[in-house]
Design a binder for this molecule. Structure first.
Ligand SMILES: C[S@@+](CC[C@H](N)C(=O)[O-])C[C@H]1O[C@@H](n2cnc3c(N)ncnc32)[C@H](O)[C@@H]1O
Length: 273
């Protein structure tokens, strides 16, 4: 007996992505957000080249692969990663339905594992993951090392669009300034948000701008609520290469002591020359 597509969808559920399969069946037609994430894709897609042939794409937290499929349709080669085997199983099945198995590779990976990939990406798709992390800034530092052209970034945020002018320095007794509206902030969620124990941080808009800047990204546009299109900022590279490179190396399991020794030797050479 052959299992119907509808039966396979039910067996693979529950679904977070409503994917319109080639035969017209949908994976989550009664999604609480509506036709999700198709309505978000419609906001973003005019900003993505129609022809992605030759582009290497990394989709982080690919879930059931809605964006992976759309990018593969445009010709991209996609590495799609997720920590949840349930979603990867859905994504592999969906890719099979579309016949994209040659263009897409799925891997069971943490975003932090990207630090160990010896590959860079033309496009990094980083939507709906940052607020699930306990170490969000580390993920952005890692991705800035791997980005060649464009990153699509989205996160859950705190309400408000204000951006305060942040001085180059702040006196130790001037910290009340950080309480003003528009100061870059992230609220920590110790327990749950929307009943979900995997939500840890909610940055405000100013906080997102500041973090992206600090990690070496330039915001090019904002096609929708909480969505940021970024590119590498050649004039303002990530601050991990300055005083805190050893912290980054340590956090990504690399040999940081050698890096510190090399830096000290370099400094001594400059002082004696
Ligand atoms: C809210 S969903 C977003 C899915 C999709 N990116 C989107 O925007 O529609 C979060 C996804 O990220 C995955 N995820 C959570 N933490 C992750 C991590 N540390 N590394 C990789 N994926 C992660 C989850 O399993 C889930 O599929």
């Amino acid at each position: 007996m052959t299992t119907s597509i509808q039966q396979e969808i039910e067996n693979l559920g529950p679904w977070f992505h409503n994917i319109h399969l080639p035969d017209g069946t949908q994976t989550a037609p009664k999604h609480a957000f509506g036709d999700f994430p198709a309505f978000k894709w419609r906001e973003i897609e005019p900003n993505i080249p129609a022809d992605l042939n030759g582009w290497n794409v990394l989709d982080i937290g690919c879930n059931a692969g809605f964006y992976t499929i759309e990018l593969a349709k445009r010709g991209a080669q996609v590495l799609a990663i997720d920590v949840d085997p349930h979603y990867l199983k859905q994504a592999a099945w969906v890719a099979d339905q579309f016949g994209f198995t040659d263009q897409i590779e799925f891997r069971h990976m943490q975003v932090y594992d990207v630090a160990r990939l010896d590959q860079n990406f033309d496009l990094i798709w980083y939507m709906g993951v940052l607020y699930h992390l306990r170490y969000p800034l580390l993920s952005l530092d890692i991705l800035s090392q791997k980005l060649k052209r464009m990153m699509i970034f989205q996160t859950l945020t705190l309400p408000g669009e204000a951006v305060a002018e942040v001085p180059e320095d702040l006196p130790i007794n001037g910290r009340e300034k950080m309480q003003q509206d528009g100061w870059p902030k992230m609220a920590f969620i110790e327990h749950r948000l929307a009943g979900d124990i995997t939500n840890w941080w909610a940055p405000n808009h100013a906080g997102i701008e500041a973090m992206l800047r600090s990690c070496g990204f330039k915001i090019k546009s904002r096609p929708g609520h909480e969505i940021y299109i970024c590119e590498p900022d050649a004039e303002n590279p990530t601050q991990l290469h300055s005083w805190n490179s050893s912290e980054y190396l340590s956090a990504t399991g690399q040999n940081w002591e050698e890096a510190v020794k090399a830096k000290v030797a370099d400094k001594n050479r400059t002082l004696t020359s």
